[in-house]
Design a protein around this ligand. Sequence first.
Ligand SMILES: [Fe+2]
Length: 257
Amino acid sequence: MKAEEIQHEWETLIGYIHSHITGERKEHLLNFYTKYQDRLMLMPAAHKKEYHNAFPGGYIEHVNRVIRCAIKQYKLWKDEGADVTTFTKEELIFSALNHDLGKMGDEEHESYIPQTDKWRREKLGEDYMFNNKLPFASVPDRGLFLLQSHGITYTFNEMVAIQTHDGLYDSANEKYLKAYMPEQKPRTSLPFILHQADLMAARIEFEREWLPKFSGENNVEKPKKNFTLDGNKKPTSKSKALGNMKSEGLKNILDKL
Ligand SMILES: [Fe+2]
């Protein structure tokens, strides 16, 4: 990302706090984001390039996308009849804004630091590595701890949404999301809306990064040069049979007969 793009993302993110967060915590939140501005602005959204947005500015770009997707998901859920009176718009924005905050590390240490292993950097393309000085905590736990340790209050709905934003990709969330008893299920759709928004954003970021790489010369999806099963060819009994064949190797052998 260019410096101006990172700056723009930052201003957008701070804009959400100005326009959607109210009360005493608005000031605390602005102070928090100002205090850690440099770190947050340059943070990647992940430390491995196989994940998503693993580049400087990737974190805030991801967070802004999750906020936008969450607003759109909110409208979709509302239109389809979900009871959106069970949470507020402020809770929606606050949860989306802070869902991955735990990725920043603690007050002293950043989670993701430049990769020092030359081999891993060059061969695996890992620009970052996890900072071992940081004691383990899950991303949601660390995020919630950061908020409370800076005097930023959060509601019960926000706590559950941030805690479970990875949905059932994190088995620790089963206790909230896999309940069979109606009284144990979440009383609001906010956790599901946030999870869908995060899933959507991360998937789009993956596609942007990786799909162009797969569309080059080595693309396995593209037909091979002497692969004659094109749509214009008159169907013959051979090509009909070939069409149902799963093995690429067999298809090619038969195709040359
Ligand atoms: Fe996320």
